[in-house]
Ligand binder design. Structure first.
Ligand code: CP
Length: 349
């Protein structure tokens, strides 16, 4: 797995993008994750003496905790670094004269961590630049190129592949046969313009399962064209389809699942004050209780969390029977156990 050039069993097996998984690799991971969740297999010692180093340039609840627990459950150890807080502040730019506040370049950091750990994982959100620059997703790719051990993407500018895996497991366990079912990825209002890593990864997850995916957003909130191409390619390979539109209520009528997520307008990316006026017009893009009743009879609502209650999704929906958000968060643990076992594990133990 899982750089664009590597296969699951060959070379340095980075996991940077769920779209790099072929259908057999994805099916294998999801099957193992489901079996681990049901307790059918434990592989309690499969990661004995293995170390995962995790670096968070940005905050986390689920990602950090679920990876730490996953390593513990299989006999391994996780180390967490937060550069700029309890470890040296990182410089991520190439060819830079480091005469400012940063102390350690990722070129050395990635190489050193690779000498201590069996895999290294990194979270690196956008740093506040314009989309033309941020869309290169340079930090995660540079880090992976410097590190000699497998690198796991804990959410970068463009992708959150571990969230995508958890989303896929959640869709599969709730729908049993997701192919051909209707999934709506619904933009939601949020006070801040958020990155597109989660919506792109959720769309790839639904597309990977052959769902009929509709992406509903206000005008101006289109995803990156390359991401739409990737989502369409993945959907077509899995027998599904992708469409986009600007009508939320029409889109969710009878939907099997609505994935609620906010993201920023890419043409204003890195300039939140400029985007605020555009965004303010769409405060009603929210999963209300009334809207949740428009889903199919057993339709459900997903969100990666953290969620702004009564802004993105009403509390009554989050606390009600249609909410899958906590199951979805739990599934982070199971898919990451499967991922770590595939990358580093001795499954005979
Ligand atoms: N969904 C998710 O990645 O949560 P955290 O930001 O808390 O890790």
């Amino acid at each position: 797995m899982m750089t664009q050039s590597a296969a699951i069993s060959v070379g340095k097996r980075d996991f940077l993008d769920m779209a790099d998984l072929d259908p057999a690799q994805l099916a294998r991971l999801l099957t193992l994750a489901a079996r681990l969740k049901r307790g059918e297999v434990t592989h309690k010692s499969a990661l004995a003496q293995k170390v995962l180093a995790m670096v968070f340039l940005d905050p986390s609840l689920r990602t950090r905790t679920s990876f730490e627990v996953a390593m513990f459950l299989h006999g391994g150890h996780a180390v967490v670094l937060e550069p700029g807080r309890t470890s040296w502040a990182w410089e991520t730019r190439k060819d830079v004269v480091m005469d400012g506040t940063t102390v350690e370049h990722i070129a050395e950091a990635a190489r050193v961590l690779g000498r201590y750990a069996d895999a290294v994982a990194l979270r690196a959100f956008p740093r506040g630049g314009a989309w033309d620059d941020e869309r290169q997703d340079r930090i995660i790719h540079d880090f992976a190129s410097y590190c000699e051990k497998p690198v796991i993407n804990l959410e970068s500018v463009r992708r959150h592949p571990c969230q995508g895996l958890a989303d896929a497991l959640t869709l599969q366990e709730r729908l049993v046969s997701p192919r051909g079912r209707r999934c709506v990825l619904s933009w939601a209002y949020h006070p801040k313009p958020l990155p597109t890593a989660v919506p792109a990864s959720a769309a790839i997850a639904a597309a990977s399962l052959g769902m009929n995916l509709h992406i509903a957003h206000p005008p101006g909130y289109e995803l990156d064209p390359d991401d739409l191409t990737t989502i369409a390619r993945v959907a077509s390979g899995a027998g599904g389809s992708v469409s986009t539109g600007h009508k939320l209520d029409e889109a969710i009528d009878g939907a099997d699942v609505v994935y609620v997520k906010s993201w920023g307008a890419l043409r204003h990316f890195g300039r939140p004050a400029e985007e605020a006026e555009l965004r303010a017009a769409y405060r009603d893009w929210r999963m209300t209780e009334a809207r949740s009743h428009k889903l199919s009879d057993d339709g459900f609502v997903m969100h990666c969390l953290p969620v702004r209650r009564n802004i993105e999704i009403d509390a009554a929906v989050l606390d009600g029977p249609r909410s899958a958000v906590v199951d979805e968060a739990e599934n982070r643990l199971h898919v990451q156990r499967a991922l770590l076992l595939e990358l580093l594990g001795d499954l005979g133990r």
